[in-house]
Every structure is written in structure tokens, then in C-alpha cells.
Design a protein around this ligand. Structure first.
Ligand code: F6R
Length: 244
């Protein structure tokens, strides 16, 4: 696990966008695993800026998002389908047919999740997986548990995640209680992984991910075992970690 210090959110975002754009330049038909949430927004903005300057070309890029709330239609402004269009896809030359987000509108969880895994496999797996991390150490919507999850599956969100995500909804009651998420095994199969984190609220989770025991109680801790994982975090998120 390589840990890179960023000065602040802008520096973290630029460094992350650098790695993503390098991946695309080296392999234009890269399969990217993408994340939603507040953390990657700055990196997406940076990539849009570089696309407008003709420095990065998304025309052959294929994307698979980590997760989606169960029960939301693709056009629901709270859905991750909507988020990805608004924050990235609508602003670059990506072919929308090459973008994929688990189908939260399919009530048949088993079918929706199996179909998603089959699509990722058919694409040859993920070249670069971008991850944020939850305050409780979750990755995707893989919450602390007794065992690491495998393929894409339906999860019940924990109270802590519902509370953390309620900032984006009118009220906590509006936050969906379930989501479809890639499993920890899907994530570990990515050929490279980039985790980004900022802010003091993530400090404990970042410490546990990088220096704690590898345990499903902190799903991100398994990333210590990945052979090509980079963490980029700002000073606040690294405040509990040993200095370089
Ligand atoms: C989002 C996702 C989540 C977030 C995590 C951090 O697709 O998979 O694991 O990365 O909850 O969220 P933010 O960035 O909002 O702090």
C-alpha cells in the first residue's frame, strides 16, 4: 500500500485525477471502477477540466460504478446514476453505453447483482478502481461485518451510513435502507486501486485501513493485501497516521 500525502482537498483531487488520466492515456480503453460521494467530486472536476483542454479523451473508456441505492429509478436525483451523469459523464466525451451502474430500479436483487458481475467479467475486469472510504471503514457499501463479501450483492445500510448520507437527502427518513454494491472480492480483483480520503472525520478509518489489523470489521483494511493500492489523503485524514 503506497500512502501519498496531499496538502488539502484540492491537492488530493489533482493527484487522484493525475493517476486516473495517466491510466486513460496509457490505455485508452481502460475499464475504470468509479465511486460516488463527496470525496471524488474534485477529482471528477479536474478530469473535466483536462478533457476540455484536450488532455484526456474518454471516448473508449468503460466504467463500472461501485454501488447504487435499491429502489431508485435512474432519473431520481438521489440516485448514483444521476450523480455520475451530473458530476462527470455529461461533461466528457464518454460513450454512455460504456458506463454502468448497478440497476437499483430492478427489484430482483439476485438478478441485478448477478448481471452486474457478469458484465464486469465480460469487460475483462477493472483496470483501476477508485474508492472513497466511509467513516466506519466501509468501501462501496460493504459495511463492517463478520466476513468479507464476495460478488455484487444487496446490503442493508447501517445506521451510521444512513446518518452520514442523510446530508444529501431532505431527511434521514428519505435515505433508502438498502443498496446493491460490488463486493470486497470484486474490488480486490481490480488490477490497481486508488483510495482517496479527506477531512478529520475520516482519520480513524484511514488509520485502521492502513495500519490496523486486516478484519471484516474494517472492510477497507483488506486493501493492505492488494499488490497495487495507492492511498491519497489530506493532512486531516492522515492526522492519526505516522508521519513519513
Ligand atoms: C460511494 C461509495 C462509498 C463512499 C463512502 C465515502 O460510491 O462507494 O463507499 O465512497 O461512503 O463517501 P464520501 O465521499 O461522501 O465521504
Amino acid at each position: 500500500m503506497k500512502i501519498r500525502h496531499a496538502k488539502d482537498y484540492a491537492d488530493m483531487s489533482r493527484k487522484a485525477a493525475n493517476i486516473i488520466s495517466a491510466q486513460i492515456i496509457l490505455k485508452p480503453c481502460s475499464v475504470l471502477g468509479l465511486a460516488t460521494g463527496t470525496t471524488p467530486i474534485g477529482a471528477y472536476e479536474q478530469l473535466i477540466d483536462w478533457y476540455r483542454k484536450d488532455d484526456v479523451d474518454f471516448s473508449e473508456v468503460i466504467t463500472y460504478n461501485l454501488d447504487e441505492y435499491r429502489g431508485l429509478s435512474h432519473d431520481d436525483p438521489q440516485s448514483y446514476h444521476y450523480f455520475m451523469r451530473e458530476k462527470l459523464f455529461d461533461h466528457v466525451n464518454i460513450n454512455m453505453e460504456n458506463t454502468h451502474v448497478p440497476d437499483g430500479s430492478n427489484p430482483d436483487a439476485d438478478a441485478a447483482c448477478a448481471e452486474y458481475d457478469a458484465m464486469v467479467n465480460a469487460a475483462g475486469g477493472i483496470d483501476l478502481q477508485l474508492l472513497g472510504i466511509g467513516n466506519n471503514g466501509h468501501i462501496g457499501f460493504n459495511e463492517p461485518d463478520d466476513a468479507f463479501s464476495k460478488g455484487t450483492h444487496c446490503v442493508d445500510l447501517t445506521e451510521s451510513t444512513i446518518k452520514a448520507n442523510s446530508r444529501l437527502f431532505d431527511s434521514p427518513d428519505d435515505v433508502p435502507r438498502q443498496a446493491y454494491t460490488m463486493g470486497v472480492q470484486n474490488i480486490m480483483h481490480a488490477r490497481s486501486i486508488l483510495v482517496i480520503a479527506n477531512g478529520e472525520a475520516k482519520a480513524q478509518a484511514v488509520y485502521d485501513m492502513c495500519y490496523g489489523p486486516v478484519t471484516p470489521r474494517v472492510p477497507a483494511s483488506i486493501l493492505q493485501l492488494h499488490t497495487n493500492c495507492t492511498v491519497i489523503a489530506d493532512e486531516a485524514a492522515l492526522s492519526l497516521c505516522p508521519r513519513r
